[in-house]
Write a protein that binds this ligand. Sequence first.
Ligand code: NOJ
Length: 500
Amino acid sequence: MEIRKMNVVVVLVLTSIGVIQANTFHFPDNFSFGVATAAYQIEGGWNKSGKGENIWDRITHKRPEWVKDGKNADIACDSYHLWKIDVQLLKQLGVDFYRFSLSWSRILPTGFSEYINWNGVRYYSDFIDELLANDIRPVVTLYHWDLPQPLQDLGGWPNLLIASYFEDYAKVAFQLFGDRVKTWITINEPNEICDTGYGTGAAAPGIEESGTLDYLCGKTVLIAHAKAYHLYDKYYRNKQKGEIGITIVSRWNEPKTNSTRDKEAAERTMQMQFGWWAHPIFSTKGDYPLVMKERIRNMSQCQNLEESRLPKFTTNEIEYIKGSSDFMGLNHYSTWLITDDSENNCTIVSYENDMGMKNVQDPSWIPSAASWLKDVPWGFRKLLQWIKVEYDNPLIHITENGFADVGELHDTGRIHYHRGYLNELLNAIHLDGCKIKSYALWSLMDNMEWQDGYTLKFGLYYVNFSDPLRTRTPKSSANFYKELIRLRRIPRDTPQLIVI
Ligand code: NOJ
């Protein structure tokens, strides 16, 4: 869709068409609303003012055909230059906070903390000041998938040394921005970093070593997270008075049938996808989930390996990681149906095979433009209930939830999705007693959706990527969310969009 800035006026009005039974619950007074983005997906300025190369710059430049539309994020939404406009969009929405990430290579171009790029520091510092001047709280993710290339040249996340370099980077960030940033997220979606980056190869650095490098990566990521947590806890918390946690993504995995085998498979999948990260940090026992250790050990034995492919934690490491999060950051998008496949062929070495399940989505579920994302709101509540029981009702920040389309301005699919998911979130708070403190909608604006390039759109604001000015235009969903924040409940009406 092409929208020319000069001859199109967008007017949003409320109508009573399409009324859906609204939840009468309100969001609690101390509940906060925000939107989320990530540095690589929006900033652009990939080599501007001293920024170093990261693994996404490298893969999109070296292998453009690997991205669905052959594009990269060299410019993306150009937020490196348009950040003041972004703050105005946030202001228009009326959000309490903005979740964004720092680009490690913009601050430390080599990846190491010996050399700081002060231009990069100034960029984030000015941006944070502008947010605060507009009463918007910065919620900052340290790592949203963009590893500095020099650290990948050392092997990347499967190399345990990266955990210490991450700690050094975290220290620089706490020192420079911790006076103003009071919510830190160490790492976004470890599952995607490890499984997709080093397992299936569908994310940078595009390595396909499933069942081995993904597990090595996982150990480093958990230790890296814990190092940053303890650093903050020991040296910065008293003075800076903030909170720090990790963001884990989770689907809801529903058994496809009532059979015990499918039920066990669905539970095993929860443990091996979400528990892989959550169990070491949030369970009272720490360490990986038992079922994960058993499954991978048995599969490894069957493959004539002397040791499990899942690297062990020492007792000290287990204690060090356990409890290392002030809150659980949760990203959630969709639901899957699980069938048991535990008697699968052990000659295949892969994380998928280790899980021993098959997953599908019900064809009757409302689709989005992303093949993996269906609109299944009840799965969100089931996930929240499961987490409550499994980890003794932790304090949760929903750090992402969003819907993909191809860029409609009157994005009724997105509104329908958020209406349903926020409805279930209200039920989880009021009926189930889940301790959910905030909600960040993914995403503020359309952006570079990783391997899918610009083919999928998640934004509340449409971005015209063929306009050098990267103009941003509110979609109907922006008005919906704005109204929801204002009312502190789900609006009854669906905003209609009239394009004149
Ligand atoms: C999760 C990731 O954190 C984010 O970067 C991505 O764009 C969304 N999911 C949508 O796929």
